[in-house]
Design a protein around this ligand. Structure first.
Ligand code: FEO
Length: 400
């Protein structure tokens, strides 16, 4: 059975949801599922904007057939051809053999790499090109590395709708509610939106900044992303989040404590730290065990908060492997502009502090506080004094 939503008077959401998938990109947990959005415009010409992952393919094809109501499909605009959106392209071609695909040169190149049989359907466009479909005239804007190099976004000059590809998307399936004003985004969606952005697109902040600069020159009334809710109000809220995330500025002053503990002693030390911070009035503190928190959540929280405490046991004279994995992910995603405090632990040769500092030194604009704590097996009177000094250093830095 079809399941569609009207977006504007002549634009329909025809996508689908996947609540069965455990890991997005086979790496990021998505307990709330994910939506694959596609939009169908009924003008003098009929125009489909992007397709869906094959897991939602059957629903998608029923949706298109219902909305077209016997009409042919004239155009398929592919803003982003990664298979979570491009997987159903060939199925569309089989059902609508006269359709023309509008996309970028790189996207067509990749379609061929994925063995999509699109020859005879291709209509290549470049930045600034326009197309009229009747009442609606659209223009195409290059969006390289948001999130693949072939990506573009399409702006409807007639009604201000931006088909934003992966930009402004979110993890989470749509349970009937399509629009941002039908959900409590700041309560129910922002964590998934942040985790989506930071882990999927986070590395490409400068490219997102370039897209935001272009977006500032056009009068956007509505944002139709390829995942998550459609934005038709309060656009500034989400644009501001994207501006912060893509410039690696924290959303909030606060402390993220990520610890690696084998027998509970490092955990005990950071419990003492968090308590000292609370007593001193610093309550925006989040604490995670690196061994039992998925790294995508740690990355998301690292983008959210201004200060970071890394507390790691020494393991085989190195950094505890899950902590090293988190550090490597931070580096891979271009994380920067954070103030970091270090706590190391070791029973015979604590080395993790120096090793973590070396790692952070290779990242951009990471400030490591001079105050450090070195724990020998468990916090004692001497290391407790270091911890007090570390708390002083953190609070001083937060008040700067
Ligand atoms: Fe949602 Fe880059 O694909």
């Amino acid at each position: 059975m079809y399941c569609v939503r009207k977006v504007t008077e002549d634009l329909y959401w025809v996508g689908g949801n996947d609540r069965r998938l455990t890991l997005f990109e086979n790496i990021h947990p998505i307990p709330r599922g994910v939506s694959y959005n596609s939009y169908l415009l009924l003008d003098e010409k009929t125009v489909l904007f992007d397709t869906v992952d094959w897991s939602a393919g059957r629903q998608f094809l029923e949706n298109i057939e219902h909305v077209l109501d016997g009409r042919q499909l004239d155009y398929l605009v592919i803003n982003h051809m990664e298979p979570d959106h491009g997987a159903s392209i060939e199925e569309v071609l089989i059902r609508y053999p006269d359709v023309k695909i509008i996309s970028t040169e790189k996207a067509f190149m990749m379609m061929h790499q994925f063995n999509f049989d699109v020859d005879g359907h291709m209509e290549e466009v470049q930045e600034g090109d326009t197309r009229s479909f009747g009442k609606h005239e659209v223009t195409f804007v290059a969006a390289p590395m948001v999130h693949w190099p072939e990506a573009m976004v399409t702006f409807d000059l007639t009604n201000g709708v931006l088909f934003a590809a992966d930009a402004f998307g979110s993890f989470g399936s749509l349970d009937g509610k399509l629009f941002n004003d039908e959900v409590n985004f700041d309560r129910d969606w922002i964590d998934d939106a942040r985790r989506y952005y930071t882990n999927i697109v986070g590395k490409y902040g400068p490219h997102v900044q370039a897209l935001l600069k272009k977006a500032a020159t056009i009068d956007i009334k509505m944002i139709c992303p390829l995942h998550g809710p459609v934005w038709r109000s309060d656009l500034g809220y989400f644009l501001d989040k994207y501006d912060k995330w893509s410039s690696y500025e924290p959303e909030e002053q606060g402390v993220l404590i990520v610890y690696a503990s084998m027998y509970g002693n490092t955990e005990s030390a950071v419990n003492a730290l968090a308590t000292k911070l609370a007593v001193r009035g610093v309550t925006n503190v989040a604490m995670y065990d690196v061994s039992k928190t998925h790294v995508s959540e740690l990355i998301s929280e690292t983008f959210r908060l201004s200060h970071l405490v890394l507390a790691s046991v020494t393991y085989n004279l190195g950094i505890y492997p899950p902590m090293l994995n988190y550090l490597m992910d931070m580096k891979a995603l271009n994380m920067q502009k954070r103030t970091v405090a270090l706590i190391e632990n070791g029973s015979w040769a604590p080395k993790s502090g120096a090793l973590m500092e070396e790692f952070l030194d290779e990242m951009k604009q990471m400030t490591v506080l001079n105050e450090k704590v070195s724990v020998l097996s468990s916090l004692n009177e001497g290391s407790a004094i270091e911890m007090d000094q570390l708390v002083d250093g953190l609070i001083e830095s937060m008040n700067d």
